[in-house]
Write a protein that binds this ligand. Structure first.
Ligand SMILES: [Zn+2]
Length: 239
């Protein structure tokens, strides 16, 4: 078991919730969801569930309000243990319904489609990757990790130094492939620890934060391995 040093509270910086960022289109049409809540085409009341098409006339509805989380967009609970098959199914269905090509030349509605499509793509990319999903969930808890935030886990620091040394000493692609495989195994293990950290009630946010930083490092190591070439030198590893 890793020894983990408790970080000072200042490390858990409060964010201004970047996921609430307003896109132009959603800001303009927010009122559809907050007042009236009726389909602009046929006037049918819009149900609470987030769906891009009017249940009555199947017209595309204005993009979801900025406060819509990536999870609610796909009808998922905001938990780390996402059902990836359900996520992909929901993504493909949504993306098909809002594809901008289908609304080409339709003025404002085409803009809505682009806004829907952009949000759906961003949401899928963030949720399908464990590190990004962990970071997004942290941001929903108002915890944001800055690039300059210190690493407080001595064991992680040691691993990073050793890995960099091994990469610097590597002479062949086979050696680098071995380092990359070890790194992948470490990532699998870190994801499993992250799953446990999120599973406690309430989630252990300090542990989650450390594990997300660890995953950032491991993903960086993977990238450095992919870009490795004999004599090229090894860049500083970062999170
Ligand atoms: Zn309608």
């Amino acid at each position: 078991m890793f020894a983990r040093t408790a970080a000072p509270p200042s490390i858990l910086s409060r964010s201004s919730a970047p996921h609430l960022g307003h896109s132009l289109a959603s800001r303009r049409h927010r009122s559809v969801y907050t007042t009236g809540a009726a389909c602009p085409s046929c006037g049918t009341p819009i149900p609470r569930a987030l769906a891009p098409l009017c249940p009555s006339c199947s017209s595309l509805l204005p993009p979801p309000p900025p406060s819509t989380t990536y999870f609610s967009l796909f009808g998922l609970e905001p938990t780390f243990g996402v059902d990836l098959k359900a996520l992909k199914r929901s993504f493909l269905q949504l993306q098909q319904k809002v594809h901008p090509d289908m609304f080409s030349g339709k003025g404002e509605v085409e803009e809505w489609a682009k806004a829907w499509s952009g949000k759906v793509n961003d949401a899928y990319k963030a949720l399908v990757n464990e590190r990004e999903r962990g970071e997004y969930l942290l941001s929903l808890h108002d915890v944001v990790i800055g690039e300059a935030d210190p690493v407080t886990d001595p064991e992680l620091l040691m691993t990073i130094m050793e890995t960099r040394e091994a990469l610097e000493e590597a002479q062949t692609e086979d050696e680098v492939a071995r380092i990359r495989q070890q790194n992948k195994d470490a990532r699998t293990e870190a994801v499993s620890r992250l799953t446990s950290a999120f599973a406690t009630s309430p989630p252990d946010l300090e542990l989650v934060r450390n594990l997300v930083i660890e995953l950032r490092y491991l993903d960086n190591i993977d990238q450095v391995c992919r870009e490795w070439a004999p004599g090229k030198g090894v860049p500083n590893l970062q999170h």
